[in-house]
Design a protein around this ligand. Structure first.
Ligand code: SF4
Ligand code: SF4
Length: 388
């Protein structure tokens, strides 16, 4: 006679999923349509049907470090075709939120980044931080540069104020992400019975990253095809803005410490730089890509809400921060050109948003960048996904 399996459901976990956007969870009757229509799932290891039943049964340990939960790209094909109106795409998203909280280096940060009741604290921390380090505790009457123009580096000096704050923030985010990735990897190995790996995990990083850079998995989606373009534009606009930031640092420190003077179109020295400078052109191109990408994502999400779901606070707070970074960045640039001192306040809000984006990255929806990459590497390494 076969032995009975005792299931110990974690009801708190079920409630957290329901609260986190997975309220349709209980509707699932295990028909498996979702696993059939999902084009992202690896052959032989289909999801999300099994995740739905595991979530109903409160099997937290099996889901928190499941590679399949992270392989889902939330394209919502499954949600659109579910005959019961369950939303597996949203349920898996809610499970990923729990996974982020579980592997977090600082659980308190994960709580701030995911709990709508703590939205005030999410922004209050950087708002107080930047107010405390502001040399002038005022948003007007700030000294002007030699040409008599507004200059944000005189309002908030690049060194040490901006540099030290953001270097420490980046270090915190990097350590948090590293610890989270390590914990997720160990959990996935334990969950899949320490699956025999093919080669070194490192040998699978380049193919996984190449897939991400080309957004190949998003291209497999049917219901949310436009999302691929919105995501792609946003992804590369961030990459462009990261290059712009590094470039500006090279200009400033190259001039200040190495004495490099402006030559050709390259304006080594303090900002602001003219529009003819390549760094300015890249900044403009990235900003346009950013605005387009975010518009596509928003219109797509609102337009497909009936079929694909509206998303949860977890999605919207991340979008709000991303939009906040872009909108305040562009507004502060425009206000400086228009010589309007309200620009100092807008720039201050911009710093609050930028800090929130980076500091909470391993604790917010942004963490998908690290953890989905980890799952994709693991899927290849463990043989869960074909490596072609
Ligand atoms: S989520 Fe919907 S499609 Fe998937 S198994 Fe459940 S009822 Fe079927
Ligand atoms: S949301 Fe898309 S990727 Fe995720 S399980 Fe559903 S169909 Fe598959």
């Amino acid at each position: 006679m076969s032995e009975a399996t005792i299931i110990n459901p974690d009801l708190n976990f079920v409630n957290e999923i329901i609260k986190g956007g997975g309220e349709s969870l209980k509707k699932c009757y295990q028909c498996a349509t979702c696993s059939v229509v999902c084009n992202v799932t690896p052959e032989g290891n289909p999801f999300p049907r099994k995740e739905m039943v595991l979530a109903q049964w409160g099997q937290k340990d099996k889901l928190i470090a499941s590679p399949d939960v992270w392989l889902c790209h939330q394209c919502s094909d499954c949600t659109a075709y579910c005959p019961r109106g369950a939303k597996p795409g949203e349920v898996l998203n809610a499970i990923r939120k729990q996974s982020i909280k579980e592997v977090a280096l600082v659980p308190f940060f994960a709580k701030i980044a995911t709990d709508p009741k703590l939205i005030w604290l999410l922004f209050a921390i950087p708002a107080v931080l930047f107010y405390l380090i502001m040399p002038y505790k005022s948003f007007s009457g700030v000294p002007r540069n030699a040409e008599g123009a507004m200059a944000y580096h005189l309002f908030m000096p690049v060194f040490p104020h901006i540099d030290v704050t953001f270097i420490l923030t980046a270090l915190f985010a990097a350590v948090s992400a590293f610890v989270g990735i390590t914990r997720l990897w160990s959990g996935m190995k334990a969950n899949t019975g320490d699956a025999a790996g093919s080669g070194s995990p490192f040998s699978h990083i380049v193919p996984a990253v190449t897939t991400i850079l080309a957004h190949k998995k998003f291209a497999d989606c049917n219901v949310n095809r436009l999302r691929q373009w919105g995501h792609l534009l946003l992804f590369y606009s961030f990459a462009g803005l990261a290059v712009v930031t590094t470039w500006a640092i090279v200009y400033l420190y190259g001039w200040e410490f190495l004495g490099i003077k402006a030559f050709g179109p390259f304006h080594f020295g303090e900002s602001p730089y003219p529009m003819t400078d390549p760094v300015k052109m890249l900044a403009l191109a990235s900003s346009v890509a950013f605005a387009l990408g975010i518009t596509i994502i928003l219109l797509n999400r609102l337009g497909k809400a009936a079929k694909a779901g509206m998303g949860s606070y977890f999605d919207w707070i991340f979008l709000l921060v991303v939009i906040g970074v872009g909108a305040t960045g562009m507004a502060s640039w425009g206000l400086r050109i228009a010589d309007m001192e309200i620009g100092y306040f807008v720039y201050y809000i911009h710093l609050v948003f930028v800090w929130s984006l980076f500091a909470y990255a391993p604790y917010s929806k942004f963490a998908h960048l690290f953890y989905r990459t980890t799952a994709m590497v693991f899927a290849r390494y463990s043989g869960r996904e074909a490596t072609k």
